[in-house]
Design a protein around this ligand. Structure first.
Ligand code: 5GP
Length: 188
């Protein structure tokens, strides 16, 4: 990479592992970071903001983005909604020298591994399966059916953690944040 080219990192991890909380802290502490806002067909949760948390789009709008080659990667997550990474903003941020964070699921991570092999891939893992289940049930943002669907996906994702360049176990937010900042080459 040339001197003023940025870099990109994939961050993947199962549901309720605390990715959102850890990444929020990483962004609070690190400079020059840029978060790729994904497009999704999932409806917004209370408090989520269009254009900040996700671009909330219809099925038809998502189809158009895919068909016009606007998606860097996309996947059906938890067997229900589609999520994808808009290509142009990512390319622009990298060209501007930013440290780009791509939060994607396992399928998306695999696609990026093929198309952008230079991108380092980080997996955030829970301390244990029991802890993950407790966190998911404890946050109570999904109904029981959705919780079991998410746990099914989580099992598959945890089995694939060996594919990643580095695994960060989220024992505590502070510890996981520090580890990720270190991987990104940012010292506090
Ligand atoms: P949630 O519905 O909880 O916001 O996200 C569910 C899952 O979708 C998370 O595991 C997240 O990593 C994944 N996801 C979010 N954005 C993207 C994206 O742009 N592409 C892919 N492949 N997965 C995504």
């Amino acid at each position: 990479m040339t001197k003023n080219q940025g870099s990109a990192y994939v961050v993947c991890g199962p549901t309720a592992v605390g990715k959102g909380t850890v990444l929020k802290e990483v962004f609070r502490k690190g400079a020059n970071l840029w978060y790729s806002v994904s497009a999704t067909t999932r409806p917004a949760r209370p408090g989520e903001i269009d254009g900040k948390d996700y671009f909330f789009v219809s099925n038809q709008e998502f189809d158009e983005l895919v068909n016009s080659g606007e998606m860097l990667e996309w996947a059906v997550v938890h067997k229900i909604h589609r999520y994808g990474t808009p290509r142009k903003p990512v390319e622009k941020a990298i060209a501007e020298g930013k440290i780009v964070i791509l939060e994607v699921d396992l399928d998306g991570a695999r696609q990026i591994r093929k198309t952008m092999p230079e991108v380092k891939q980080i997996f955030i893992a829970p301390p244990s399966w029991e802890e993950l289940k407790a966190r998911l049930i404890g946050r109570a943002t999904e109904c029981e059916e959705e919780q079991s669907r998410r746990l099914e996906t989580a099992k598959i994702e945890l089995e694939a953690q060996g594919e990643f360049d580095v695994v960060v176990v989220n024992e505590s937010v502070a510890d996981a944040t520090e580890k990720i900042l270190h991987i990104l080459g940012i010292s506090e």
